[in-house]
Design a protein. Structure first.
Lengths: 352, 352
DNA sequence: CTCCAGATTTGAATCGATTCAATTTATTCA
DNA sequence: TGAATAAATTGAATCGATTCAAATCTGGAG
């Protein structure tokens, strides 16, 4: 319709009021006399004015009223990965409630990511640091906007981050199984270091670059220790959280002379793959083998049997992250949130 | 760090060049002499300048370089609903490739939605009109930005929209089953009108407000007609695409004296629920009952047996939609895209 | 040594609103 | 009726960049 776009100034002139008043009509209607307000509004309507341009408003007012969620992944990651989805769903809930916009920022390619972060119109960032967190943090810092890192695999305390209690959670998971009577365990781990798959040794794990996985392993060890199970005897297989590597891990664990009666999976994704694999092999879950996951993604509650897992409080994480970014109250040091055991059908006492 | 933010003007002054030159250093580096450029850059670095503020740039340059995807749903919808997810994954792919940002805009509540749409910093919108499309289109129009409606349930040709060939696709689906030899069908429909669940009559369907469902029904009728199956004899049960209503529909269809050997589901979601229900009843798919879906969501390929379905070309839809919005080349009238039959394990010839 | 085209720089105008001190108008109260 | 006070309106400054016509600088040809 309207060719040369109508500006607030045009409306003001046409209505015979000052620009200041015209502005007030839209952004603080209460301050202008009803009569005048109606008249300006009417004029605006007649001219086809689309309302105050966000661009102009933005410049003056400063706040975009939107936050960006960033990851070193293709954009589709946000819709494909169960953990990311669960988190984003929670973040969007919070944003919804506070009338904040949500922008998705990501790219697998560093250069593009750089540009995307530089040009995202947001007031701050939530960083999904599952992978490539360092890069992400660095890029974001340059932007000089508030940000908070989630699932950061780095214990650099100068990075404002919110993470879950991986060590404590893993300990609870292991204790749960041990208390049910299990004594023969197998661990399917998420990455300890880049591009490595296969059985992982103790020394290797202790100096793993990915702290998430390392802490979960430490948690398992610590809890099992109390039941007299020494870490040297606990088989740990490192996967990359995908089907082939998980199945390779299962082959490895179940080809042992005394196969495990319980699987400690470092992610729900791994746990779910595990249950499928066991089923296909004719093993019953939890009768023959118990499985416990980690994360608490919704999918875990929708399968049969339900997945016992350590649930991250997504809502709480999202709440704090959004608050931190919006109010520029980033945690000065890493903040930690607890996880809670959700017992569903995938764990039970071992067979006699 | 830097308290009072540094502006381009500050850098220019500190470097002893004009603001114009300083601007060029950042946005058209090639035009300024290397020596000067280096000096300005160095000065900027020293001052802790974060680069040209997007806000200022935006005002002058005009383009946000981002599109908004909007729906009349809670924000979490984008991460929960399989169809929305599949579509968004495709849209993000396209955006990724063209360096365009993606903003999620939604709210179940009309007032909030209004505000969210008004205040989204985007160059245009893609509207997910599965539900409440009319409202959405109306709100978006006020914003005077390019937009394109997807899955619009309204045949108003003045609305720029991209939709799939529901009638043709449904016909192909029905023909596929008929050609396999099926003669006893049951239809599980998506909504024909608001808040109605239960068996749907012909007259009712013909004047249904949701054109998507209506056209799919018409497609089924048309194809089956060619096989001598009259529409009066085809049981159609209207669901709201959720578990309870689908199961009620199945109870209805299978309590008939001659239960169907093939189910025509108007969405993959319904089809997937159907397969689960049949399984739980001890009926084998496809041996006892064939099931065909509609949409082609990824989940359909990940279950056992795989779901036969009419696949929407998500990538193509996304491509066109993004192009249309970005280049303001909205289809002047509704544009239609074909769907294609994907045969997987859930359909087969009926038992003798 | 002068002149000129081409390469760089400059400075001011502009984008479209918001904001606030100052001014004008309306209302209240003695 | 007039002063004091409150409410509404104005106008200019401002946000932080980009843009472009005009001014200045170069180097090479004549």
């Amino acid at each position: 319709m309207a060719k040369g776009t109508i500006r607030l100034a045009d409306v003001a002139k046409a209505a015979g009021v000052s620009q200041g008043t015209a502005s007030n009509v839209f952004s603080r209607p209460d301050v202008v006399r009803e009569e005048v307000r109606e008249h300006v509004l009417e004029t605006a309507r007649r001219l086809g004015y689309a309302g105050p341009s966000l661009k102009g408003r933005l410049l003056r007012a400063g706040k975009v009223n939107a936050i960006g969620v960033a990851a070193v992944e293709p954009l589709a990651y946000f819709f494909d990965d169960p953990w990311a989805r669960a988190l984003l769903a929670a973040v969007s809930q919070v944003c919804d409630a506070s009338g904040t916009g949500l922008a998705l920022v990501s790219a697998k390619d560093r250069h593009k990511l750089d540009w995307n972060i530089k040009s995202a119109l947001v007031d701050g960032f939530i960083l999904l640091c599952v992978e490539g967190g360092e890069k992400l943090v660095q890029l974001t810092r340059e932007r000089q906007l508030p940000f908070v890192a989630l699932a950061l695999n780095d214990e650099d305390s100068s990075i404002p981050s919110i993470s879950v209690d991986n060590l404590g959670g893993a300990a609870v998971a292991a204790r749960h199984l041990a208390e049910l009577g299990h004594r023969r365990f197998g661990v399917l781990a998420t990455e300890f270091s880049d591009d490595h798959v296969g059985p992982a040794g103790i020394a290797e794990i202790e100096r793993a670059i990915y702290s998430t996985s390392r802490n979960r392993a430490l948690g398992y060890w610590q809890a099992l220790d109390a039941f007299g199970i020494r870490r040297e005897t606990l088989p740990i297989y490192e996967t990359i959280n995908d089907k082939p590597s998980v199945e390779a891990g299962l082959e490895y664990l179940f080809s042992a002379p005394e196969p495990p009666t319980a699987i400690l999976a470092m992610s729900d994704n791994i746990a779910l793959l595990t249950i499928n694999w066991l089923r296909a092999r004719g093993l019953s879950v939890p009768r023959d083998v118990s499985v416990i996951g980690f994360d608490g993604v919704p999918e875990g509650g929708m399968v049969e049997p339900g997945l016992t897992t350590m649930a991250q409080p997504f809502a709480e994480i999202a709440q704090r992250a959004v608050q931190a970014v919006l109010h520029d109250s980033m945690p000065t040091e890493g903040e930690m949130i607890g996880v809670s055991l959700i017992v569903r059908g995938s764990t039970a006492a071992p067979k006699q």
